[in-house]
Design a protein around this ligand. Structure first.
Ligand code: GLU
Length: 309
């Protein structure tokens, strides 16, 4: 799709780009370690359907944890709030995204929120479908609708690489299976989850996906109601309280918009009633967020007064 190159956005990118040298690529999923650390690009999709961008915006990357907010929206549509929140909580955590500790100390044992891995695995387990393939296809089709792109697919190499090394995620699943939070085959769940995390898009598609949340679930480009308003609101609230791992508090103060990041270096950010933002910068800070992506959002927020608070 057409997205105009924007000089002002490019200038801000140039100002924060040196931050990439201080970051590190995620290497615990071997296939992610192959990215170019200096990469940084951004697209902004406004609700009036105009789009501005800067950098190599058509480079596609895997969603990783960004997918967690999209699977949550689907599962809430599939089952309703009451059922979903019997299996996963609503509270932020100061622990890392893949921590197992709170699963044991919480009573009853359920994951604290859908943005940490345990919670996201429980959410993926709830996607409706007669088998793992139908579950994944339903999620992929939903994401195609959000991104307004039929060509979205998943990266088989990243998915396989993560499937082969997902020991901690498997442990979280077995723990939750013992406590009846997840049902069925753990291997099937890990397969759907790793494919989900490996769904690929570029920053323009990510900005469009974010714009659906900015427009309260009504797709600004197709005019279709893709997500009920209440569910879009709920997803944005989770993004504010837990979307940026255990840096969500600092991000709310410094940037102040709902956002979700992934270890691939993507960030989906939502400026309510205005625009969706898609960023890709694979060099990560020590909390797992795109280091230059955060710098970029801080500047955008300060320059254009984007904070919702
Ligand atoms: N697929 C990754 C995992 O579950 C996602 C992590 C992330 O982006 O935070 O470990």
């Amino acid at each position: 799709m057409h997205c105009k190159k924007d000089e002002q956005l490019q200038r801000i990118i140039n100002q924060v780009k040196s931050l990439t040298t201080k970051g590190k690529l995620a290497d615990y999923i071997p296939a992610l370690a192959n990215e170019n650390k200096e990469h940084l690009c951004a697209s902004i999709y406004y609700l009036d359907k105009t789009c501005v961008s800067a950098g190599d915006v058509e480079h596609s990357f895997t969603l990783q944890s960004i997918s967690k907010v999209l699977s949550l929206a689907l599962v809430l549509m599939d089952h309703g709030e009451e059922y979903v929140f019997e299996h996963v909580g609503m509270e932020p955590t100061g622990d890392p995204f893949n921590s197992i500790v709170k699963l044991e100390t919480n009573n009853p044992s359920k994951p604290l929120n859908p943005m940490i891995n345990a919670g996201a695995l429980a959410v993926t387990n709830m996607i409706k479908g007669s088998d793992k393939d139908e579950q994944f296809t339903r999620l992929l089709n939903f994401i195609k609708e959000l991104a307004d792109s039929d060509s979205i697919t998943y990266d088989t190499i990243v998915a396989q690489s993560e499937y082969n090394t997902a020991w901690l995620n498997r442990s979280l699943c077995y723990f939750m299976k013992e406590h009846d939070i997840i049902k069925g085959s753990v291997d099937h769940l890990i397969e759907v989850y790793t494919k989900q995390c490996s769904i690929k898009m570029h920053s323009i598609e990510l900005a469009k996906t974010a714009s659906v949340f900015a427009n309260n679930g009504l797709h600004p480009s197709t005019n279709k109601r893709v997500i009920p308003e209440k569910i879009a609101q709920l997803c944005k609230t989770f993004m504010v309280t837990c979307g940026m791992y255990n840096a969500s508090g600092e991000f709310a103060i410094k940037v102040g918009v709902p956002a979700k990041s992934g270890v691939s270096g993507g960030i989906l950010a939502v400026v309510p009633e205005l625009c969706g933002i898609g960023i890709f910068g694979p060099a990560l800070d020590d909390k797992g967020n795109s280091i230059a992506g955060i710098g970029l959002l801080e500047r955008l927020s300060a320059n254009y007064k984007l904070s919702i608070f």
